[in-house]
Write a protein that binds this ligand. Structure first.
Ligand code: HEM
Length: 330
């Protein structure tokens, strides 16, 4: 159900832009209006969600503890997996963001020999998650050549490293292959493993289909149907310099590609993809585990009217003695 719905949504998006450009000639709408809506929705939505998270009070010390807490001097402290200082937190965060360390520690619980349970090696998700994110990053940075003039040196450098296999003309990018393989793996994992399929929702399938369609349309455009790069660059530069133009003769495939990325940008702030910003604001990751060093006091604490045992005994002492109950003060 979730799969069909998500797939049909992406097909509908492609059809909408195809008909819009081919039949109705809405090139300005899809080439200028939608990109601006996408850029502003992305920036506005992203900022809004980050500010909302940043303003949320964190009354408790709740870091994830994934190793030995700082304790007595002769007990080895796990500085990265259970950081007790801001420097440790930064170290853990860098490893998390750049290397997906917590995903690397992933294991699989499996039954064997009847009732026995064992944790098993499971690094595939980590591997393909890393491949997906880094290939996306490389493609994203390479695309800067459309939006900059002169094109910065690091974009050229990345381009030549990514295209070093020098297969075919135009040269094949390694990142293109890796991107498609990784997105395909991430999708298959959701449909093939019953437990993962059971918990998967349209919100999980839709971004995968969208990314796959985005990658495939780009690949089709580069290696098969071809597109006039100079005209694309004129359009892209027009958008970022706020002098939008629609050069004549850009094929519909480009508008499909552009519309898909615009959809991704509009969808981004309202979806799980916000983990891009959210990871930095997650109290389970950005707090040091120092609750044995510093006393954390809930800022929302208000004076509570209490009734201590002493007061209780004062109140009922005589009755308690009469009934033969022990009392602390005679
Ligand atoms: C970050 C989002 C995007 C992704 C993931 C993406 C993905 C891809 C991929 C995988 C290709 C195949 C060739 C290559 O890797 O360079 C491609 C090509 C292309 N993309 Fe994108 N794209 C994105 C954004 C955009 C945007 C915003 C534009 C608008 C200027 C654009 C315009 C193009 C063009 C013109 C090509 C053909 C390049 C060529 O023929 O060398 N893409 N895209």
């Amino acid at each position: 159900m979730g799969i069909k719905f998500s797939l049909l949504s992406v097909v509908a998006l492609v059809l909408a832009v195809f008909l819009g450009v081919k039949a109705a000639g809405l090139t300005y709408f899809f080439g200028v209006v939608i990109p601006y809506i996408a850029i502003f929705t992305f920036i506005g939505g992203f900022t809004f969600r980050i500010l909302k998270w940043a303003r949320t009070p964190v009354p408790f010390s709740i870091p994830t503890t994934a190793g030995q807490q700082k304790s007595l001097p002769w007990i080895k402290h796990s500085k990265l997996d259970n950081p007790s200082t801001p420097a440790g937190v930064v170290g853990r965060m860098i490893l998390e963001v750049l290397l997906f360390r917590s995903l690397f520690r992933n294991t699989k619980l499996e039954k064997y020999d009847g009732p026995k349970l064992a944790y098993q090696w499971e690094k595939w998700l980590w591997l393909f998650a890393i491949l997906f994110h880094y290939s996306f990053l490389v493609i994203f940075v390479r695309h800067l050549r459309f939006f900059t003039e002169p094109v910065p040196g690091f974009v050229h450098a990345l381009d030549s490293v990514d295209g070093m296999l020098q297969i075919g003309l135009p040269g094949l990018y390694i990142s293109d292959l890796v991107f498609i393989a990784a997105v395909t793996f991430l999708f298959l994992r959701r449909v093939v493993i019953p437990q993962v399929r059971y918990i998967s929702l349209p919100a999980d399938y839709f971004p995968l289909f969208l990314l796959l369609a985005l990658g495939l349309s780009g690949i089709l455009m580069r290696y098969f149907t071809k597109v006039d790069i100079l005209k694309v660059k004129e359009l892209a530069l027009g958008i970022v310099t706020f002098h939008p133009v629609i050069p004549e003769g850009i094929g519909v495939l480009f508008f499909i590609h552009l519309f898909l990325i615009c959809t991704l940008f509009i969808y981004f702030p309202f979806s799980k993809l916000m983990h891009l910003g959210g990871v930095f604001l997650s109290p389970t990751r950005n707090m040091p585990n120092d609750s044995r060093i510093i006393r954390h006091i809930n800022p929302w604490n208000y004076p509570v009217k209490t009734h201590t045992y002493e007061e209780y005994e004062d109140h009922f002492r005589e009755k308690m003695i009469e009934a033969g109950l022990p009392v602390e003060k005679e």
